[in-house]
Write a protein that binds this ligand. Structure first.
Ligand code: TYD
Ligand code: MG
Length: 461
């Protein structure tokens, strides 16, 4: 038999090469090639496998009965919403987020709720393993949160063997929180905690335990500078659900977003606010993001954004500053896509006769919120035109619509939901694509077919 050749597997895309290189030849990521043992399956072996007898698996129809997964609602409605109804037993959930964003706080609160029997009164067995803080530190935090009496089983440990040995005695916990997976160490393989192979091996052991014993496993994962969950993207493939806990540490609000969910949708968010007594739920996020609004302020528009099926009203602010000729004007964006801003500016120049070429442009979404919805185009355009012309957008109006390069204003999804939320918060008018001006709404709707028409309307031309 031929000596097995060394092979290097890209940890980002999985491509295999026989030589180590700094950059993966397939996906162009840097420093992702790792030597892996074991031979590659040859086409000959694959063919041989096809022919030799394995066991038969059962084939079923799509219409066969479905066993719905057992869920444990935590009673923290914003968390349950992001999870799709609660933690699923025998599944693994990864919660990623920047250090200090509130992951430990959230999970301690959820653990305490479940252990104390909320919301259905059935107290669950809950184990919380901290690899980052000493047990006393976690206890202090729990006391500060008013959860000191919750019957959570607490341990400070980092060895997966010790943890699983301990938990294998007696009934397995219903919920097991591992805070964080980067601090865990598996003695099955070598390497320091936090390395890709350690994180993967530790997660594998814990996940196997969770699946076998019907435990809902929650792994806390730190996030690297570029926003991915540290160590391994492989971790995201191994778990059933990935949640990202986002927010600016300088702002109070936090958003829990489902990125992957084998047991539910990925378009729901949970909104929290970080208080001195822990995270509290924000049932009405619009009120949080909407700053106090004064009549006559230029460069501000309210946009009814949609997060999954949930409308969130946010204020979009623009500022333009005229420059002396010659200098290259700055474009700075916070909370929106800078490429999209360049596009809206180009359409305003090319189709509407407005010139931003000698003006610096600043765009900001208030409250530290990040808009990802393309329906924001019209609200952004309104804020820009208002800033440039120094004419305010009516304070009781919201705007939404997608802008095409042709200058056309296109309809967007869920107009009714957006209008309803705006109505609830006291808005009386909406600037919308023509196609949506016939929607039934308590608001007065003004429809626009093109951006040029819209600009004419704003400038009173
Ligand atoms: P933490 O849950 O430790 O974050 P993570 O586990 O994601 O690293 O949260 C730490 C921050 O939250 C810390 O800066 C203090 C703040 N905090 C509050 O404002 N109120 C509280 O009740 C608690 C427990 C923390
Ligand atoms: Mg923590």
């Amino acid at each position: 038999m031929a000596k097995p050749q060394k092979r290097y597997v890209c940890q980002a895309c999985g491509s295999v090469s026989h030589r180590w290189t700094g950059q993966c030849g397939d996906c162009a990521e840097w420093n992702t090639l790792v030597e892996e043992a074991g031979a590659v399956v040859t086409p000959f072996q694959a063919k041989h496998n096809l022919q030799s007898g394995g066991r038969t698996v059962q084939l079923v129809g799509l219409d066969a009965d479905i066993a719905l997964p057992d869920r444990m609602a935590t009673g923290i409605a914003e968390l349950d919403r992001a999870l799709g109804g609660g933690f699923v037993q025998g599944s693994a959930t990864l919660i990623g987020g920047d250090p200090g964003i509130g992951k430990s706080t959230l999970l301690l609160q959820a653990a305490a709720r479940l252990a104390s029997g909320a919301p259905d009164g059935a107290a669950r067995r809950v184990a919380y393993v901290s690899g980052e803080e000493a047990a006393d530190q976690v206890r202090l935090r729990a006391r500060r949160l008013g959860l000191g009496n919750a019957p959570v089983q607490l341990a400070a440990a980092t060895s997966t063997r010790d943890i699983l040995t301990t938990l294998s005695i007696g009934a397995a916990p219903d919920l097991l929180v591992i805070d964080s997976i980067q601090t865990m160490h598996s003695d099955l393989i070598e390497g320091a905690p936090g390395t890709v192979s350690q994180v993967r091996a530790s997660a594998q052991e814990l996940i196997r335990f969770a699946k076998e014993r019907g435990t809902a496993l929650v792994l806390v994962g730190h996030v690297t500078k570029d926003g991915s969950i540290a160590g391994p993207r492989v971790l995201e493939h191994m778990v059933d659900t990935v949640l990202a806990f986002e927010g600016e540490r300088s702002h109070q609000y936090r958003i829990l977003r489902a990125i992957k969910n084998r047991f539910g949708g990925t378009d729901e968010i949970g909104v929290f606010s970080m208080q001195s007594e822990g995270l509290s739920e924000v049932a009405n996020p619009s009120a949080l993001f909407l700053t106090h609004r004064d009549e006559g302020v230029t460069g501000a528009t309210v946009f009814p954004a949609l997060e999954g099926t949930r409308p969130v009203l946010v204020e979009i602010q623009a500022l333009t500053v005229r420059l002396a000729s010659g200098a290259t004007p700055r474009r700075a964006v916070v909370g929106w896509d800078s490429g999209r801003l360049a596009m809206i500016l180009a359409v305003l120049e090319a189709r509407c006769g407005l010139s931003f070429s000698s003006a610096e442009v600043y765009l900001n979404v208030a409250g530290g919120y990040r808009v990802q919805d393309p329906a924001a185009d019209l609200a952004v355009a309104a804020a820009l035109v208002s800033a440039l012309s120094e004419r305010p957008v009516p304070v009781d109006a919201v705007a939404f619509g997608e802008i095409a390069l042709s200058g056309e204003i296109r309809p967007v999804a869920h107009a009714a939901l957006r209008l309803k939320e705006a109505g609830k918060l006291g808005f009386e008018r909406a600037l919308v694509p023509t196609a949506m001006a016939k929607e039934e709404s308590a608001l007065t709707l003004s429809g626009f077919r093109t951006l040029a028409q819209f600009v004419d309307h704003m400038l009173g031309r």
